[in-house]
Design a protein around this ligand. Structure first.
Ligand SMILES: Nc1ncnc2c1ncn2[C@@H]1O[C@H](COP(=O)(O)OP(=O)(O)OP(=O)(O)O)[C@@H](O)[C@H]1O
Length: 284
């Protein structure tokens, strides 16, 4: 059980996250939605302790993660693997090595430093890639892969951490709808098959509705909704996104599969990042 109690985060004078109280049970698939600047990334980063809280506590299974330091903090960060919008792979390294890097913080300093991996670790990395249907890319340089493939490599790397939780910060915001669906399907499968808790920030409401059993809506740093997709009415969505943001939030396009195949192109040849607001431009 992950428990946040009275969590605040300030940046200078700005209170970016306000009085968050949440309990998330192991194995849940949670979508965090809200407009840009609502505090979604800050929330995930505090859970992982990439940034500290200003006040309040975060506990996991009774351990106060907000007090951890040194090796214990690193262990916690290994237990809650993060996935980012921009993948954060090492583009010059091959895919298999990128995935094995997920194992580094489970090893002793010496073998981490020389970055040598055992045959077993290599096999495990290959298996993770196979699970995400991209084993054929194992020996390619990561930077030559499409965005959707790179995000799947990032998920495979997260799996190599043997995490208890995956925190995904806008994992599909840079992808076209077809690849977005593949990535969300992968996260859902990991959640269902391995029982790993997934907490993912998402821009669009329909993606959260389609994939998450629980949705947390944030507005101006506060949780303004916490419940199942069925309870998320238009009125609630208006509270989360404001009247202005509502149209984009209700876009049905993010998970559509009736799209062209353009995003199989290497990352540097892809079109500009997909945004809901662009739906009328990038689709059809
Ligand atoms: N390192 C920082 N320094 C100063 N202000 C910050 C910092 N990180 C976030 N903020 C501010 O905190 C608020 C919440 O930002 P956050 O990135 O968590 O929102 P978000 O909901 O994830 O938005 P987006 O969807 O655009 O990523 C914003 O007003 C942002 O400008």
């Amino acid at each position: 059980m992950l428990k946040l109690q009275s969590v605040n985060r300030r940046f200078g004078d700005k209170l970016a996250v306000k009085n968050i109280n949440l309990s998330i049970a192991s194995g849940e698939m949670v979508g965090v939605i809200g407009s840009s600047g609502a505090g979604k990334s800050t929330l995930l980063r505090m859970i992982n302790q990439l940034i500290g809280v200003s006040d309040g506590t975060i506990e996991f299974d009774g351990t106060k993660v907000t007090s951890l330091k040194g090796a214990e903090l690193r262990n916690w960060q290994r237990d809650c693997a993060m996935i980012f919008q921009q993948f954060n792979l090492v583009p010059r390294l091959d895919v298999l090595t990128n995935v094995m890097l997920g194992r580094l913080n489970r090893r002793n300093t010496f073998s981490s430093l020389i970055k040598s991996f055992t045959e077993e670790e290599q096999l495990e990395a290959l298996e993770a890639l196979e699970r995400l249907s991209i084993a054929q890319t194992a020996l390619q340089r990561a930077g030559t892969l499409s965005g959707g493939q790179q995000q799947r490599v990032a998920i495979a790397r997260a799996l190599m951490q043997q995490p208890k939780m995956i925190l995904a910060d806008e994992p599909i915001a840079s992808l076209d709808p077809r690849n977005a669906k593949v990535v969300m399907d992968s996260l859902k499968a990991i959640n269902e098959d391995d029982g790993i808790t997934v907490i993912t920030n998402l821009h669009t409401l329909d993606t959260a509705r389609n994939y998450c059993e629980r949705i947390i809506g944030m507005s101006h740093g506060e949780v303004v909704f916490d419940g199942p997709p069925e309870a998320l009415t238009t009125e609630v969505a208006r509270r989360i996104y404001g009247a202005e943001g509502l149209k984009d939030a209700f876009s049905e396009s993010m998970t559509s599969t009736s799209l062209d195949d353009e995003d199989d192109a290497p990352a540097d040849k892809r079109r500009a990042p997909y945004r809901d607001a662009d739906a009328h431009v990038t689709l059809n």
